[in-house]
Design a binder for this molecule. Structure first.
Ligand code: 2AM
Length: 175
């Protein structure tokens, strides 16, 4: 099973990201991510056997994260695969801390693949023909996140579809 850990936007942010994807597609072309597939990948785990998927799900369900706010204010572009994304300015260490903490746990479960660099982004378009330009709307969003999800990516004729398998425990109450 092809698995990844991600933050999934709450409905209001998802709608706003969908509108941005629409505008971006009008300029850049390419294939738009469906609104219900929008996410921020924290760890890509690749193909894993079923037993390991279950072990990851059990581990995640016992794990609770420090809730945080990610401020989104920038368009970006990975040229080679034609990915157009939105992300946040530098200087928001909480997401990097969360990504490291998750990989520490994954490595204890025997999973490898921690990337050398983590560039948090939400992919809006794939196979775009042009980069985002200045005519696209300015982005000023804040996303309050409280949980991480384990998601299975299932390849279909219409592209990848995502199926949530497990999630972190609710955040602990402050003492
Ligand atoms: P991205 O689109 O956000 O850049 C599920 O496939 C998610 O895992 C995708 O959102 C993708 O990130 C990421 N992903 C897919 N293949 C990957 C790979 N080989 N290495 C790292 N991340 C990957």
């Amino acid at each position: 099973m092809r698995l990844f850990l991600a933050l999934v936007p709450p409905p209001a942010q998802r709608r706003r990201l969908g509108e941005l994807a629409e505008r971006a597609q009008a300029r850049c072309g390419g294939r738009r991510m469906p609104d219900d597939s929008l996410h921020l990948t924290l760890a890509f785990l690749g193909e894993q056997p079923l037993e390991r998927a279950e072990a990851i799900g059990d581990w995640l369900a016992r794990f609770s994260i420090l809730p945080g706010r990610w401020r989104l204010d920038a368009w970006g572009h990975f040229r080679r695969p034609g990915i157009v994304w939105v992300g946040g300015a530098e200087g928001q260490p909480a997401l990097g801390d969360l990504q490291r903490q998750l990989w520490d746990g994954l490595e204890e479960l025997g999973i490898s693949g921690r990337p050398e660099r983590f560039a948090p982004h939400i992919t809006l378009l794939r196979h775009a023909r042009r980069p985002p330009g200045p005519e696209l709307p300015r982005i000023a969003m804040a996303w309050d996140y409280t949980r991480v999800e384990l998601i299975q990516s299932v390849v279909t004729q219409q592209g990848s579809r995502y199926r949530p398998l497990a999630r972190t425990a609710p955040p602990e109450e402050m003492p």
